[in-house]
Design a protein around this ligand. Structure first.
Ligand code: IYR
Length: 227
């Protein structure tokens, strides 16, 4: 077992209370502008921007720092086309047969259906969760809290893309095993979700329902010492 090796906490920055409030408020206001976008223009996203956003995602905390994620970035129109065809096939079955009535009712305000043109118009980032790691000699390394870790990294990625001026859509065609084959990812990786990103169409409209955010007193409770 390796002994722990420590280093100084070099990156921490302390702000004055005023600065903390201003930064916290500004960050919240900026994130609250984010909307899930389903209509994109066919316009390439600069690779350098994507690389920085992926660096942000890769800085997320993870179980035992195993960093159990892989991001497959798809810009090739031919590969996007294959993904669209495979996803729409699954989605067609979902909407027509598999989805229970209750689920369809929950989705109704979003106006979604089996047609997914954004899979060809936008840039796609297939997020994979590594169920276990593999050493060069083939031995397996256990990963911990994989879903939590990849979820946090994906949250970082969505925030980073939004911050860079890109719209996103968290898309989960179900099942999405076809992503392993198309992205040539190994069996120890499970597709986690397909993050769609790019520039919104000029006439893009979004469901009113999606902009409704639960108020703070509906999502948080406080346990302060009594005065
Ligand atoms: N995967 C389908 C259905 C869908 C499910 C949920 I939960 C959503 O929030 C939105 C859509 C689709 O992408 O259409």
């Amino acid at each position: 077992m390796d002994a722990p090796v420590f280093e100084p906490l070099a990156g921490y920055v302390e702000y004055s209370e005023d600065e903390m409030v201003a930064r916290a408020a500004g960050f919240a206001d900026d994130l609250r502008r984010r909307r899930t976008v389903r209509d994109y223009v066919a316009r390439d996203v600069p690779r350098e921007v994507l690389e920085h956003c992926l660096r942000a995602a890769g800085s997320a905390p993870s179980g035992a720092n195993m960093q159990p994620w892989h991001f497959a970035v798809i810009t090739d129109p031919a590969v996007k086309r294959r993904i669209r065809v495979a996803a729409e096939q699954e989605e067609r079955e979902f909407y027509r047969e598999r989805a229970p009535q209750e689920w369809l009712e929950a989705l109704a305000p979003l106006g979604t259906d089996e047609h997914k043109p954004f899979l060809e118009d936008a840039t796609l980032i297939a997020v994979f969760a590594q169920r276990f790691g593999e050493l060069p000699d083939g031995r397996r390394v256990k990963h911990y809290y994989v879903a939590e870790s990849v979820g946090i990294a994906t949250g970082f990625l969505i925030a980073a893309l939004h911050n860079a001026g890109l719209a996103t859509l968290t898309h989960t065609p179900s099942p999405m095993g076809f992503l392993n084959e198309i992205c040539r990812r190994p069996d120890n990786e499970k597709p986690y979700l397909l993050l769609v990103t790019g520039f919104p169409a000029p006439d893009c409209r979004v469901p009113e329902f999606g902009g409704q955010r639960r108020p703070l007193d509906g999502i948080a409770s406080w346990f302060d010492a009594s005065p």
